[in-house]
Write a protein that binds this ligand. Sequence first.
Ligand code: 3PG
Length: 229
Amino acid sequence: MWTRPNPVTEQRNAMNTLELLEISPVIPVIVIDDIATAVDLARALVAGQVRALEVTLRSPAALDAIRAIHDQVPDAVVGVGTVRTPAQLDAALRAGARFGVSPGLTEEVARAAATSGVPFLPGVATASEAMRAAELGFGALKLFPAEAVGGAALLKSWFGPLPDLMFCPTGGIHAGNMAAYLALPNVRCVGGSWLTPHAAVRDHDWGAVTALAAQAVELARTAAGKPLA
Ligand code: 3PG
């Protein structure tokens, strides 16, 4: 039987979910194909002032990458993405992940996330899924895939009936459309893979990664305070 997460336990967390969303305006969605790139990639993002890093469980190197970033890049806050099972979350937390992200939400993952003691962003794509996630104790959600399911217009519409829920939209977001999301009252940060282009990582072009991160932070600064689109 599901029980709501214990707020007392939640208060003991080193970082709560809203604090996670405030770390950087963008959480890069990272796929590490070559473990040798993990630390340099993380350092490049941190140099651009992007510190919350989601390493997805989409490659065999993912857990080793989380461990390496956790151990060697103290200014990064490394988390795990593409979490689909409690076992995956457990393995990532043992490797040093400090938050988790999922493309969706199952009762099993919800239970594991609630007892893990780390911030967790479950993925939702409909109002009913958002309401169910809220029932299960999650107040900050990943809208996924954001552009495909309605984008900033959808989140603007949800703010009326679901004003207490906060979103980190991900999927199809880039430098050209991130500001439209960040201008919304129910968005604190966005997620996306555009800060870590495959070619730049392959070529170890860390300057390019830092420049993309810095550009995103600057765009977010400019977007801050702008009226609702
Ligand atoms: C995700 O896994 O969260 C998304 O696939 C990232 O989407 P993007 O590649 O469009 O940024």
